[in-house]
Design a protein around this ligand. Structure first.
Ligand SMILES: [Zn+2]
Length: 485
């Protein structure tokens, strides 16, 4: 496995050149993970309204007033599913492994319609390396809502349509907001009701939508489910599966030239080099950070080292290891639900504005840059933790490529969940929910503060929207032409 993850930055300058490469990545993909970076999340209590109808309407409003400033797309293409010979000690051992070729893009997207940018978001994105000057000067343009007449421009809309044409499973993390924004920004005007939206999505993504936060919250016993935690946790699990000769995932990346412009390389394997016992920083871990991936206290003096969190946080009932002292009530338990609500109430306090935005972006997905997965690397530098922390904090933005990096992390988490199910035994098997062992989990999107998911389905009493029905015909037309070629 490569020790650096390449992310291709897509701007107006190179869009036309990168387009064929992206189209091919979509075509070859087994599944596609996506993540949106937004210009703000508005009033947090609105987007978490307890009543689902109202929550959806507030999200529609949000998608109308705000914009996607970066779109992360990570295409995972399964190259092989097989047992490989491992030369281990004395003799050969068969280890079942799923190989993926991964291509990741970070598209800077500039909305040409007026949109709101929140001060908190600006600060947050800027602090995490997002380059607004570049966005304004070079972002790939798009307009929101339905297709406009005489629109021959080459925009993100075409990109999204291309993705729909190929009918691939879509993977998101805590993805309801992403789905609402993708639909309004690159497809057409959102329907008024959430069950119509659900029916449209059902038709748009016939191969299914999977939400890794939902999968982790309801089907895996993890003490925390924010994206960065899950990513690192799954890296460790994957390595341990490999060691034990069980199903695991291996990644490879296309042989891009190392110094090509517009390609940035990110370390992503740090969790393997981090050893708690070598860490000179013995501060207690900040519990809020450990369990939720963010800390509301700007002046918090407790430890925020994600690698240590991943190694020390224990699931209740799990065998106690070393001197771990961090436990959390099981998700889905009443205590956990109450905790969620109380933390939400705190988030919306006005005086916490900046911090609360921080969470906003973060709760959505716990972002952070660097980290990777492979057992071979277990020997890297035990670094000075303070330096590491600063690095992490600064590199959250991964040079502003959070969307791409987050999409990659989401795809990896999904790939490992599928692999550990051990049901897909040939790359030629169709990647259907049943074949990958996720028939009960497909089309369920995590709902903050709820113990049930948002269901993507066509209900008995719901129908698809006329905007969608009018547009999907053209999308599928492209698909037919496409298949003929
Ligand atoms: Zn803290």
């Amino acid at each position: 496995m490569e020790d650096k993850l390449p992310i291709i930055e897509v701007t107006g300058d190179n869009y036309a050149q990168v387009w064929p490469c992206m189209a091919k990545a979509f075509k070859d993909a087994t599944f596609i993970a996506m993540d949106c970076e937004l210009s703000g999340l508005g009033n947090r209590s609105k987007i978490n309204s307890s009543e689902l109808d109202l929550r959806y309407q507030n999200l529609v409003e949000l998608a109308n007033s705000h914009a996607i400033v970066a779109l992360g797309i990570s295409c995972f293409s399964c190259n092989s599913v097989s047992s490989i010979d491992m030369q281990e000690g004395n003799g050969k051992e068969q280890t079942p492994v799923t190989y993926y070729m991964v291509q990741t893009f970070n598209v800077l997207t500039m909305c040409s319609d007026p949109f709101t940018v929140e001060c908190g978001s600006l600060k947050f994105l800027h602090n995490h390396g997002f380059d607004f000057n570049k966005l304004y000067a070079k972002g790939v343009l798009y307009y929101k809502g339905c297709d406009r007449r005489n629109d021959n421009s080459f925009s993100v809309r075409q990109l999204f349509t291309k993705m729909l044409e190929y009918r691939k499973p879509l993977i998101v993390h805590n993805g309801l907001i992403d789905l609402v924004f993708l639909y309004q920004s690159f497809y057409c005007d959102l329907p008024k009701k959430n069950d119509t939206f659900a029916a449209d999505l059902d038709d748009l993504f016939p191969e299914g939508v999977y939400d890794t936060k939902y999968l982790a919250e309801f089907h895996q016993a993890f003490p925390a489910t924010y994206l960065e935690y899950l990513f690192k946790k799954m890296q460790l699990k994957n390595a341990s599966c490999q060691k034990k000769g069980e199903w695991h995932v291996r990644l490879c990346f296309p042989p891009y030239p190392r110094h090509a412009p517009n390609i940035d390389w990110y370390s992503y394997l740090q969790v393997f080099s981090y050893r708690v016992q070598d860490d000179p920083d013995d501060r207690e871990l900040c519990k809020c950070f450990a369990y939720h991936g963010y800390c509301k206290n700007d002046k918090c003096m407790l430890g925020h080292n994600i690698n240590r969190v991943v190694k020390e946080l224990q699931t209740p009932g799990a065998k106690k290891q070393g001197n771990s002292k961090y436990y959390l009530p099981r998700r889905g338990s009443l205590v956990h639900i109450i905790e969620k609500f109380s933390s939400k109430a705190e988030e919306t306090r006005p005086q916490k504005r900046e911090a609360s935005f921080k969470e906003a972006s973060i709760t959505k997905k716990q972002k952070s840059p660097k980290a990777p997965n492979e057992p071979e690397q277990v020997t890297k530098e035990p670094k000075n933790v303070v330096a590491m922390e600063v690095k992490q904090e600064n590199s959250r933005g991964v040079n502003g490529h959070r969307a791409g990096y987050d999409a990659f992390m989401t795809g990896f988490v999904f790939a490992t969940i599928v692999s550990m199910k051990g049901q897909l035994t040939s790359k030629d098997d169709p990647f259907t929910p049943k074949n990958i062992g996720l028939a009960d989990q497909v089309n369920k999107v995590f709902l903050m503060g709820k113990d049930f998911p948002f269901l993507i389905r066509t209900g008995h009493y719901s129908s698809k929207s006329s905007n969608h029905c009018g547009k999907i015909i053209n999308v599928r037309k492209g698909e037919i032409t496409q298949r003929k070629v």
